[in-house]
Design a binder for this molecule. Sequence first.
Ligand code: ATP
Ligand code: MG
Length: 337
Amino acid sequence: MSKNKEIICLGIESTAHTLGVGIIDSSGKIHADVRSSYMPPVGGGIHPREAARHHSNIAPKLIRDALKEAKLTAKKLSLISFSRGPGMGPCLRTGAVIARSVASYYKIPLVGVNHIVSHIELGKLLTKTKNPIILMVSGGTTQISSLTNNYYTVFGETLDISIGNCFDKFSREVGIHDPDNPWPGPIFDKVAAKGKNYHELPYSVKGMSVSFSGLLTAAIRLVKEGIKLEDAAYSLQETALSMLTEIAERAIAHTRAKELLVVGGFARNKRFHERLREICKDWELELSVCPYKYTSDNGTMIAWGGILDYTASGELMPNESLVLPDWRSDSVEIKWN
Ligand SMILES: Nc1ncnc2c1ncn2[C@@H]1O[C@H](COP(=O)(O)OP(=O)(O)OP(=O)(O)O)[C@@H](O)[C@H]1O
Ligand SMILES: [Mg+2]
């Protein structure tokens, strides 16, 4: 296939809870985006093998749904992309098997992309940012980076759990639960918004890295000591967001960047936007948040990452397409910039 021709890529996301299938073309037009999430047991986290079973059961229907939404047949696709890592081994392997099967059956080139880099690249496409500082905040990741010398250099990251996971664990532990959504993020936001009294909690910033596990334990202890749930959630949220705001400000001061981009599922936290807007105003820089629908895991970002990677590096041979569960985003050479 000529690399100058329009590419239509189907992307398969399967790193954790979500199987997502997205279709995008090389002009950046999104043709389809369908998803299905594995439901963890009430009050529990993801069981990787159960999530992988969910993904393999739902995949044929989801691929058909995506093609239907895009009004395309599989033969019209020019590229198949899958998330190669980082993520949970059983979930990644399931996505890879599906991608290899579709690619080899229809004789379509295959690429395997980094999940975190794909979150960032779709965020950049949709917000039209050029060279932002990036806060990648989700259920599995908390990282601050920017593109320097063709790598997303990580200035700082969490030294233990991610911000999303910290709030999710707190919610599960203290019984904040939404019967319609296995991820407590949105309901935690509502509870924390009702809090009024701030209680001192451990604040842990080391250079441009952060640590949330001591903060989590202390916030749970507040509730056990009889502090109102709303106030404990509010105190936890304000402390954690102050930590992230501090590292963002340091990165801005260090790079003098003109744009700050927030991607990942936790980018939906409204209070986080308010806190970041304060520093962006001080530093006269633009805050860009990935559009709500595309913050959490989706196939479209994998399809877009696939187009960028294929255009720069060509296809990945199926016999060399092993998954990479520990693949760091800062080890990926960004050849397409
Ligand atoms: N409105 C919200 N406010 C805060 N957090 C939210 C909101 N909606 C979702 N989240 C959080 O986003 C996280 C899920 O995001 P995402 O799907 O991007 O993460 P992940 O795939 O688990 O992690 P990673 O992308 O690092 O592999 C969960 O922790 C969830 O609670
Ligand atoms: Mg993700």
